[in-house]
Structure formats: C-alpha cells, structure tokens
Design a binder for this molecule. Structure first.
Ligand code: SF4
Ligand code: SF4
Length: 62
C-alpha cells in the first residue's frame, strides 16, 4: 500500500481531516506538516481520500 500526500495541495495541520478520520491512525501532525507515519497500518478503506478537501491524499495498492 502506498499512501502519499501531495504537499502542493495539502493545507496542513489547520485541516488535518485525514489525521482525524483515518481509523488506523496512519497520519500524524509533525510540526507544520501532516505526514504519513504508519503506512503499514493502512487498510485501503479510502476514508482519507474522501475527507481530504483538496485531493492531496492518494492511496494506491502497490
Ligand atoms: S485508506 Fe483508510 S486506513 Fe488507509 S490511510 Fe486512508 S483513511 Fe487511513
Ligand atoms: S485532509 Fe488533505 S489537505 Fe487536509 S491535512 Fe490531510 S492531506 Fe492535507
């Protein structure tokens, strides 16, 4: 599984919709960035893509 954040689109910790809605806590806030911290836990549920307001998150099977 590959979880990626496009930082040209991501609104950062002020948004954090992915951090707050991922059931597996894959995302974390790290300083002024939202990062993919636990990619191995991802179950490919698609919630992060659904809640991201800018389309910055992509989840793709490897
Ligand atoms: S697809 Fe689901 S489990 Fe994976 S990072 Fe997104 S919200 Fe979390
Ligand atoms: S939901 Fe999208 S825009 Fe918001 S912090 Fe996550 S990746 Fe960035």
């Amino acid at each position: 599984m590959a979880v990626t954040i496009n930082y040209d689109l991501c609104k950062g910790p002020d948004c954090a919709e992915c951090v707050n809605n991922c059931p597996m806590e894959v995302f974390e806030i790290d300083g002024d960035k939202v990062v993919v911290a636990r990619e191995d836990e991802c179950t490919y549920c698609g919630v992060c893509e659904d809640v991201c307001p800018t389309g910055a998150v992509k989840v793709e099977p490897e």
